[in-house]
Ligand binder design. Sequence first.
Ligand code: K1U
Ligand code: ZN
Length: 178
Amino acid sequence: MALLPIITAPDPRLKKVCAPVEAVDDKIRRLMDDMLETMYAAPGIGLAAPQVGALKRVIVIDLSDDEEEKAPLFMANPELVAVSDDDASYEEGCLSLPDYYGAVDRPATIRVRFLDRENEIRELDADGLLATCIQHEMDHLEGILFVDHLTALKRNIILRKLLKAKKSNTPLASYATL
Ligand code: K1U
Ligand code: ZN
């Protein structure tokens, strides 16, 4: 397995619509495993393929904490087959927008259909943080970042600060307060 560099915004690769995978073969499994290792190292609870420069519809998620056994989820071509009418709001973060957080409203419960690591079709019902995280990662596959759910003012403040940090190569933490 390999650690992959995580792309930070602004970057045109984070705004692309990703292509479906034909099947979960050894190449896609390798991508999934590398993404999982990269996500654990970050650390994060989810990662989408475009965040490591692979414009494919692949996501990995693990909500287990340090004391628990690891519980990775591997999803290719995820699609929402049901969403609740009621929304839940969660303070989201993103490894591609380091040190920034924002409250996003999304359907509170979902059913997602996907190909798993063995190329089997699965369906999963999710609520709480898992539902939020799946939807956040699926957004990445459409070129959507959580800041796209905020007001244009908040989004532009965050993106301008990230661009400034990138240009001057300044550590991000010193730009993180809005
Ligand atoms: O960039 C990403 O897509 C990963 C992101 C996922 C996410 C977090 C919160 C709400 C929705 C989606 C992260 O993992 S940010 C880091 C984070 O949340 C975290 C890191 C360490 C421990 C616990 C959480
Ligand atoms: Zn993200």
